[in-house]
Design a protein around this ligand. Structure first.
Ligand code: AGP
Length: 597
């Protein structure tokens, strides 16, 4: 399960005699193994147990935040994937009842709640009923696995908007986030549905809903090998991660709109701090930089603030004008990129306030920033950024809405409306994913192209840059993104017979002038022999005559188009790379995190 990303790991085992043994450690799995050896537990005897590798969302990746979490009596152990949105209220309730919480996590609240439900009331002594009662109180996304020292034959697991599968073995039963955990023991599996709970024992498993009514999971047989299982059945992690983008967006947005207001993770910046901001810099590298270019249009439009988007590697060498009313947004999936980290340090030396947008809890860049907004894309294994990129755009938009909210440049109802439009994006991206077979076929036909140009206007321009970057880093093909208005200022000389040019169209219902200008750009390049591949809003008949290939994406608000128009470009680059026989997950010369300048 290491591939799922981890910053800590732990195990809990019921020895059958009423003892619950837990060992957990921050860092790599080797740290846990060493801790087990030290404790003389290099092998466990027991009747039931669980393990967990943590990709931290709430609480830094340190020992006391590692899973499994226990209640005060250490009789209940819980592991959890997801985000319990109402955990702050639950923590307050527990503390008011005199419960001492020992971690910073949302998960620990579940352990205490289960222990209380098991110890009293109409769920007393009934572990499945206790877990169901707790699940009914949780908001957000969760996969929970629960054991109790008094129930050595039971493991109870439940899910909402987070994966959970059951492995049905011979005299043994498993639950896991995905089949990779038990595929070596059994290929007979059951996928649980939304708001379902499973009780597993030596005799098998029983599935119910959160009210105890019998329910049916979806049985299936796993026909993948272990390597494919880790990739969700895909040939490469990147292809799986492209498919995970709706969840990455939903999980990044989840919990950031409460009582009619945008809330940032560890805001550590008051509304007054945000009101004092008179200039915004976004500093980042690569795809993260492109996410900043997209956000510039929204933040300037919503907040009427000047936004400069800077390559982190250039930022501090050009002696930028910064002061304490400057907000520097440092965007980084890994949170370890040296160029971006040095830009953060420079900004703070100049007394600017730094807000990190990061996908890795506890990484160096958020640790050295004044505030952080975590993306929740989950671990991104493929070197080429996909789900993290979309999540960065969403997070950058949350920053823009928080600024607009604090500064009053958007009324509360306008902020609510923009957030609601963002919340509709996972479904829109999911719709794009259901239509990309056309793009895969196109990619196979383009695999021998010598170069590809990408054109866009407005928020489509950074999308063109991102599409070119994907093609460069995956297919080692020369690719270049341009602002379409720049064509006549030189690049049009590149156009020749058969040259593929990808054009990212704005909505005809958005900035009509941009749409019209881009249509004329397409007719100019087509007249010179270009092979036009047009990404356009579904139903855009105006552009159809100029498209040698037309890829339709759902109609979404102008500023949100990058979230749907980027996806076909990711798929195109990956398919061309695959057709060329390259390793899509590990492109040559590249690393997932560039920790050197
Ligand atoms: C994008 O596909 C690349 N992997 C690369 O450009 C990446 O976005 C860049 O190195 C920034 O990484 P970070 O987000 O971890 O800081």
């Amino acid at each position: 399960m290491e591939y799922r990303g981890y910053d800590s790991a732990g195990v809990a085992v019921l020895d059958g005699g009423g003892a619950l043994t837990v060992e957990r450690k921050a860092g790599r799995l080797a740290n846990l193994e060493a801790a087990l050896d030290t404790a003389g537990r290099s092998s466990f005897a027991g009747t039931a147990g669980m393990g967990h590798t943590r990709w931290a969302t709430h609480g830094a990746p340190i020992d006391r935040n590692s899973h499994p979490h226990r209640d005060g009596s250490e009789r209940v152990a819980v592991v959890h994937n997801g985000i319990i949105e109402n955990f702050a209220a639950l923590r307050a309730e527990l503390e008011a009842a005199g419960v001492e919480l020992t971690s910073d996590t949302d998960t620990e609240t579940a352990a205490h709640l289960v222990a209380r439900a098991y110890a009293e009331g109409d769920t007393k002594g009934d572990l499945p009923a206790s877990v169901r009662a707790v699940c009914r109180r949780l908001e957000g996304a969760f996969t929970l696995v629960v054991t109790h020292a008094d129930e050595p034959d039971l493991v109870v697991a439940a899910r909402r908007s987070s994966p959970l599968v059951v492995g049905v073995g011979d005299g043994e039963t498993f639950v896991a986030s995905d089949v990779a955990a038990f595929i070596e023991h059994t290929r007979d599996a059951i996928e649980l549905g939304q708001d379902q709970l499973v009780v597993i024992s030596r005799d098998g498993c029983e599935v119910t809903d959160f009210f105890g009514e019998p329910a049916q999971g979806k049985p299936f047989t796993v026909d993948w090998d272990l390597s494919a299982a880790e990739k969700g059945g895909h040939e490469y992690f990147m292809l799986k991660e492209i498919e995970e983008q709706p969840d990455a967006l939903a999980n990044t947005l989840r919990g950031h709109f409460e009582s009619g207001r945008i809330v940032l993770d560890e805001q550590r910046m008051s509304d007054q701090d945000l009101r004092d901001v008179d200039k915004v810099f976004v500093v980042a590298c690569g795809s993260a930089y492109h996410s900043g270019l997209v956000a510039k249009y929204a933040i300037e439009h919503w907040c009427r603030l000047p936004v400069e988007v800077e390559l982190a590697s250039e930022f501090r060498y050009r002696d930028p004008v910064l002061d304490r009313d400057t907000l520097v947004v440092a965007v980084s999936q890994s949170g370890e990129t040296a160029d971006t980290l040095e830009a953060v340090r420079h900004a703070r030396e100049q007394k600017a306030r730094v807000l990190a947008v990061c996908n890795t809890n506890g990484a160096q860049i958020p640790r050295e920033s004044d505030a952080v907004l975590y993306t929740h894309a989950g671990p991104e294994i493929g070197v080429a950024s996909t789900k993290a990129f979309l999540a960065q755009i969403a997070a950058n938009y949350l920053v823009g809405l928080a600024l607009a909210q604090a500064r009053g440049t958007k009324y509360p109802d306008e902020v609510a409306r923009e957030f609601a439009e963002l919340e509709a994006m996972p479904a829109a991206v999911h719709k794009v994913l259901s239509t990309v077979d056309q793009v895969r076929e196109l990619g196979r036909r383009m695999s021998d192209a010598k170069a590809v140009l990408f054109l866009g206007r407005h928020v489509g321009f950074p999308v063109a840059l991102e599409g070119a970057l994907k093609l460069k880093e995956l297919a080692y093909m020369h690719a270049e993104g341009f602002a379409a208005g720049e064509l006549k200022h030189g690049p049009i000389a590149l156009i020749e017979e058969g040259l593929p040019v990808v054009v990212v169209m704005p909505s005809p219902k958005g900035r009509a002038v941009l749409h019209a200008k881009l249509v004329s750009n397409i007719s100019e390049i087509q007249a010179r022999g270009a092979r036009t591949i047009v990404i356009a809003e579904e139903g855009d008949e105006t552009v159809r005559p100029f498209a040698d290939e037309l890829v339709e994406v759902p109609a979404v608000p102008t500023l949100l188009q990058p979230l749907v128009s980027t996806v076909p470009l990711q798929v195109l680059a990956a398919e061309i790379a695959r057709s060329r026989g390259y390793d899509v997950d590990k492109p040559r010369n590249l690393a997932k995190s560039v920790t050197v300048e």
